[in-house]
Design a protein around this ligand. Structure first.
Ligand SMILES: *Cc1c(COP(=O)(O)O)cnc(C)c1O
Length: 463
């Protein structure tokens, strides 16, 4: 064995070979050296323990090339979202419009006037880059922006209700994505949650009775990811605003997804808009940047000037401020809302949500034959009608009719299906569908063109 190991090429010899030179040119000397050392140590172990054959220089170098290529792949990669959930939190939520991508790339590449007032030649405020558009679109007196809507809620509560009571209906104590729970956020923000009403019914008198001198806020939280149906009652926003005003406390509406345009114009169901929430008397409205709005991850706070100014002067704002890339992208996204008619043309999220079923069907049809041929003998492919979801807590009970391809393995049991799911996930651009009733369903609503999918089909390896 020791004799066999004597034939193992040395690291230096491998580094000096032509192949080794190419790897060094591509990945750098240190990573190639480290990889070869690790590989040779593993080979030695296998030879000693399992009496494995000693590989030659060519095999070692090609193995090293595979290892280096793998280590070089970014962990955060593009995938094809064919799950049927358009705004998928695990898959990065909104897809940015072209103009936003161009703008953030430009700002990323050099210095910018992020916090510099070019007209006065002095230090400026980074929020101004989106505030005037938010004022223009929503009609709000003032606006500010933080990292996400969870931060918007936390910062608002901590600013306006530290050590005081916040009144919320029991029907609205939401948990979003497992880690964001309204009662826990309240606690962390340093406020006292005052629950009123019952899970299914809350009345105006419940709020009235709960308000006392320690009350700082009346809050409404959009029940993003569920609906309470049946014997229910809730207090209208206008009524909540009236109650809050009569006791001189602000009324804050956390809209969650929120949208800046009436979705009915695109044939979608109505989702409360930020403008409506303001018109109903909210002093502040909080909403996400990357849900229905279709922009980068952010939390937007719009409403009364004096409250926004208080929030902006909270030292915690500094810890939640957005970066220049977010501001650059957000500006371009907000700009699109100046002309709501053309939103579905330019804003990918709304384009996908409003996509005509016939167009989705055409994409599914284009996949059908190539998929059937490629999976021949292993799985069948069928065009099926599907119901897509909006996702991220917008219109949770609404589904959008579309089309997809159902892939059903020939083999019995769960294993062939799992193998199919894994094979699609292992593609250069991983394809993520959803498993339903023994099939892998690939929803075509979010596949802009069939080419991207078909181009990598030759890489699909089904054992
Ligand atoms: C999604 C959501 C949040 C959190 O927003 P993020 O942008 O994900 O941080 C807060 N409140 C409600 C009601 C939501 O739907």
């Amino acid at each position: 064995m020791t004799q066999a190991l004597a034939n193992l090429p040395a690291v230096d010899a491998l580094l000096c070979s032509d192949e080794g030179g190419l790897l060094i040119a591509r990945y750098g000397r240190a990573p190639v050296t480290r990889t070869l050392q690790a590989l040779l140590a593993e080979v030695r172990r296998q030879v000693m323990q399992d009496a494995a054959a000693v590989p030659g220089a060519t095999d070692l170098l090609s193995e090293a090339a595979v290892m280096l290529a793998e280590a070089d792949q970014p962990s955060l990669r593009e995938v094809l979202n064919m799950t049927g959930t358009v705004i998928h939190t695990n898959l990065g939520r909104a897809v940015l419009p072209e103009s936003a991508i161009t703008s953030l790339a430009r700002v990323a590449a050099g210095a910018s006037n992020l916090e510099y007032d070019l007209s006065r030649g002095q230090r400026g405020d980074r929020d101004v880059h989106v505030e005037s558009l938010l004022q223009e679109i929503t009609g709000a007196e003032a606006a500010t922006i933080v990292n996400n809507n969870a931060a918007a809620v936390l910062l608002t509560l901590n600013t306006l209700a530290l050590g005081q009571g916040v009144i919320v209906s029991r029907g609205e104590l939401v948990e979003i994505g497992g880690s964001f729970r309204m009662p826990e956020i309240m606690q962390r923000a340093g406020c006292r949650l005052v629950e009123v009403g019952a899970t299914n019914r809350t009345h105006a008198r419940d709020y009235e009775q709960a308000i006392d001198p320690t009350t700082a806020l009346v809050m409404k939280v959009h029940t993003s990811n569920y609906r309470i149906t049946g014997f229910t009652a809730m207090v209208e926003e206008t009524e909540l605003a009236r109650i809050a005003r009569s006791h001189q406390v602000p009324f804050v509406n956390d809209l969650g997804s929120g949208t800046l345009t009436d979705l009915r114009r695109f044939g979608l169901p109505h989702e409360p808009t930020v403008q409506e929430a303001l018109a109903q008397g909210a002093d502040l409205v909080l909403f996400s940047g990357d849900k229905l709005l279709g922009g980068p991850q952010a939390g937007l706070i719009v409403g009364r000037r004096e409250l926004v100014d208080l929030i902006k002067s909270n030292p915690m704002k500094r810890a939640m401020r957005v970066d220049k890339l977010t501001l650059a992208a957000m500006f371009e996204v907000l700009k699109l809302y100046r002309d709501p008619e053309s939103l579905t043309e330019h804003l990918p999220t709304l384009k996908m949500l409003a996509r005509p079923p016939a167009e989705i069907k055409a994409v599914a049809q284009a996949l059908l034959l190539p998929l059937g041929a490629h999976l021949q003998g292993k799985a069948t492919a069928a065009l099926i009608p599907v119901d897509s979801q909006i996702g991220s807590g917008a219109l949770p009970t609404t589904t959008l009719p579309g089309f997809g391809v159902a892939l059903t393995p020939m083999g019995r049991g769960d294993r062939p299906l799992q193998a199919l799911v894994r094979a699609f996930r292992a593609l250069p651009m991983p394809v993520l569908g959803r498993v339903h009733d023994g099939s892998l369903i690939l929803d075509c609503r979010t596949l802009s063109d069939a080419g991207v999918f078909l181009d990598q089909l030759t890489n699909l390896k089904l054992s």
